[in-house]
Design a binder for this molecule. Structure first.
Ligand SMILES: *[C@@H]1O[C@H](CO)[C@@H](O)[C@H](O)[C@H]1NC(C)=O
Ligand SMILES: *[C@@H]1O[C@H](CO)[C@@H](O)[C@H](O)[C@H]1NC(C)=O
Length: 406
């Protein structure tokens, strides 16, 4: 796993965003954010009991999907996130940019109306699509800060070429895209802002590659079959929420944390909520290093090797997920403590609270909280079975129609 940004591009970004590069700092007290997420799930499921509510108990969806005028109020979505990425405003305060051209002929001088022309602009933009389209990028799509890519109302596929790169920028929302069959790009010049382009070496071929960025929210995307990770976040990336995504047909699904020796990732805070980890997945859902990871109310229906794991003492807080183990008797364990002897990993704080274990699945907890959270887990037992199925039923892209509830 290595991204090698070219030197001019790298230097440019250091000048633009010294803070993000030098020392990413944690956004908030992780436990407070966890409590807030729990409270909003609790609030949403309570509202759901109301007779006239269209809500599902999914607090993100219930925030906007009941609005038949969602298409006129697109930018309201920006206020619906929960968890560590909740302050990502994307292009909320900017103009709407309509992509009309699926082409990507010239990654250095992109044409007006293309997705690449939209994402490199300096001002905030809320980017939407005029019609259904398949966008086969020629090179990585290198985003500038304060952008939302909003696929609602069209069927948009970013596929068959390099895909999305979020590098040293902030306030990005990616919503409602099909991202699949992503390939390597590189050994080419690519523009990343109106006033700068740089040389890119060969990229990994991730679906969404987050490299040192912060305040990022990826919601309701369908991701599958990329060359490297479906979503990777490395090199000090933090303040991220990955929610309501549907992930399928892939080996190394999510890598969160660059390497065991890259200790800047200690500040990494990522919420993984309401996703469906589905058919054809093998491992790393996610694989974590160093930071703080809240894995809440996801539906794990398929894995071959393991679901949640990592190395370098990450804190993993697994709450209210449904883990359905494969039939293979040797791969029932949800967790994998990697690259360390038990004498070391027994101190890593991994806990399971209210998770529903199906078909022999089991979670190996570790660290100080292990025994006390086990007691707590019993009291939460009823929550996941009633909530996870309905809360993740529409994970992935939605078929939103103008003038109708989505
Ligand atoms: C979640 O919130 C509910 C309602 O506020 C509370 O009863 C429950 O104890 C909370 N659980 C956790 C794990 O914080
Ligand atoms: C949950 O509902 C209570 C009472 O309506 C409200 O005060 C609180 O802010 C809500 N919390 C969240 C996280 O939405």
């Amino acid at each position: 796993m290595a991204i090698h940004p070219c030197l001019p591009l790298l230097l440019m970004h250091i000048v633009l965003a010294p803070h993000a590069f030098a020392s990413p700092s944690p956004v908030q007290d992780p436990e407070l954010v966890v409590q807030e997420v729990n409270e909003s799930i609790f609030n949403a499921s309570r509202r759901n009991l109301g007779f006239l509510s269209c809500g599902t108990g999914n607090p993100i969806d219930d925030c906007w999907r009941c609005d038949p005028n969602w298409e006129k109020n697109r930018q309201r979505l920006a206020d619906c996130a929960i968890g560590f990425g909740k302050h990502a405003i994307g292009g909320r305060d900017g103009k709407i940019y309509v992509v009309t051209d699926p082409g990507d002929d010239n990654p250095v001088n992109p044409k007006l109306g293309t997705l690449r022309h939209a994402v490199i602009q300096n001002e905030p933009l809320w980017i939407v699509f005029a019609r259904d389209m398949v966008i086969r990028l020629k090179e990585e799509l290198i985003m500038n800060s304060f952008k939302t890519i909003d696929g609602r109302g069209a069927s948009v596929h970013i596929a068959g070429g390099p895909c999305i790169t979020i590098q040293f920028v902030t306030n990005i929302i990616i919503h409602g895209l099909n991202i699949h069959d992503c390939k390597q790009g590189g050994n080419a010049y690519v523009r990343d802002s109106p006033d700068h382009y740089g040389w890119r070496t060969v990229s990994d071929g991730d679906g969404v590659s987050i490299f040192g960025g912060s305040h990022i929210w990826v919601d309701h995307c369908s991701l599958s079959n990329c060359r490297d990770g479906l979503i990777d976040a490395i090199r000090g990336a933090t303040a991220i929420t990955l929610s309501n995504n549907y992930l399928t047909h892939h080996n190394k699904v999510m890598l969160l944390g660059h390497s065991d020796s890259y200790t800047q990732d200690k500040n990494m805070q990522i919420t993984i909520a309401f996703n469906h980890f589905g058919e054809g997945l093998v491992q790393r859902m996610p694989r974590c290093r160093h930071g703080y990871f809240h894995v809440v109310n996801n539906d794990y229906t398929h894995w071959e090797m393991y679901a949640v794991g990592g190395s370098a003492a990450p804190t993993i807080n697994s709450q209210g997920n449904r883990f359905v183990a494969p039939d293979d008797a040797f791969n029932k364990e949800v967790t994998k403590h990697e690259d360390a002897p038990q004498s070391e990993w027994k101190h890593w704080n991994w806990r399971s609270e209210g998770d529903l274990m199906v078909n022999g699945a089991f979670f190996t907890a570790s660290g100080a909280g292990a025994s006390s959270s086990y007691a707590k887990a019993s009291s939460l037992g009823a929550r996941p079975s009633s909530v996870v199925g309905s809360i993740t039923a529409s994970a992935g892209t939605l078929g939103c129609k103008k003038g109708k509830r989505c």
